[in-house]
Design a protein around this ligand. Structure first.
Ligand code: ADP
Length: 205
C-alpha cells in the first residue's frame, strides 16, 4: 500500500454535510476540485518565485534591509531594483546607491541588485517576475501603496504585489528622515548599515 504523506490528506476531506466526499469549496470557490487535482494544490506550487523589490533606496536603511531579509526567506529569488530616474535630486548618485545595496545584500545568495527605469511592470515582465514586494510601515503608507498596487495590477494582472511589515523598531524609519538627521548633524548609528554610515560621513561634512 502506498505510504501516506503529511500532504496527502485526501481521506480526511469531508463533504459539506460532514460525510466522506470531495472537500468543501474554500475561499468562495464555487467549483469543487476533483480528488485527483487536490494533491497538486496541497503540495503547494513548485514554480520558483521571483520577486522584485523596487525603490529609490536613497540610501538603503536598516528598514529596507529588514525587508530584504524577509523577502529573501520567502521567495526563491529577490531582485532589489533601484529606480534610475527620480523626480527629485537624490542625495546619493545611482552608482553610490547601487554600490551600497550590493555591499549590504552580499550575505544573501538569492538576492540581486539591479537598476530599472520606465514602468515597473514592464521591467517585471522582462525579468519574468511574478511578485512585486513593497513595505508597509504605517497606515500612512497604505493609501499610496494601495493605489500603486492596484494600478500595477490593472497594467499587468498576472503580477501580484506582496506587502511585508518590518520589525516594529524600523516602522518609523525612512531614507528621507535619515538624510534629514545626517544633514543636521544628528546620529544615524543603528538606522543604516555601517557601510552607509561611512558614506554619509564622507558626503555630509
Ligand atoms: P520609494 O521612493 O519607492 O518609496 P523607498 O526607497 O523609500 O522608495 O522605499 C522602497 C520600499 O521600501 C517602499 O515599499 C517602502 O515602503 C519600503 N520601506 C522604506 N523604508 C522602510 C522601512 N523602514 N521598513 C519597511 N519598509 C520600508
Amino acid at each position: 500500500m502506498p505510504q501516506k504523506t503529511q500532504l496527502d490528506n485526501r481521506s480526511q476531506h469531508t463533504s459539506a454535510d460532514g460525510g466522506p466526499g470531495p472537500p468543501a469549496p474554500i475561499f468562495g470557490l464555487t467549483e469543487t476540485r476533483s480528488e485527483l487535482e487536490w494533491p497538486a494544490i496541497a503540495g503547494m506550487p513548485t514554480k520558483p518565485i521571483l520577486a522584485i523589490y523596487p525603490g529609490s533606496f536613497d540610501p538603503v536603511t536598516n528598514g529596507h534591509l529588514d525587508l530584504i531579509e524577509r523577502g529573501a526567506k520567502l521567495f526563491d529569488r529577490l531582485i532589489v531594483a533601484v529606480l534610475r530616474n527620480l523626480d527629485k535630486d537624490p542625495l546619493f548618485t545611482l552608482t553610490e546607491r547601487l554600490e551600497m545595496l550590493r555591499e549590504v545584500a552580499r550575505p544573501w545568495e538569492n538576492v540581486e541588485v539591479d537598476v530599472f527605469d520606465g514602468l515597473l511592470v514592464d521591467y517585471a515582465r522582462k525579468r519574468n517576475a511574478q511578485v512585486l514586494l513593497r513595505g508597509i510601515r504605517a497606515i500612512s503608507d497604505y493609501e499610496s501603496e494601495l493605489q500603486m498596487a492596484l494600478m500595477n495590477r490593472k497594467l499587468e494582472p498576472r503580477i501580484e504585489t506582496v506587502f511585508l511589515m518590518p520589525a516594529e523598531s524600523y516602522s518609523y524609519l525612512s531614507s528621507r528622515l535619515v538624510r534629514e538627521i545626517a544633514r543636521l548633524g544628528g546620529p544615524i548609528h543603528g538606522l543604516v548599515p555601517p557601510a552607509v554610515e561611512r558614506r554619509f560621513r564622507a558626503k555630509v561634512r
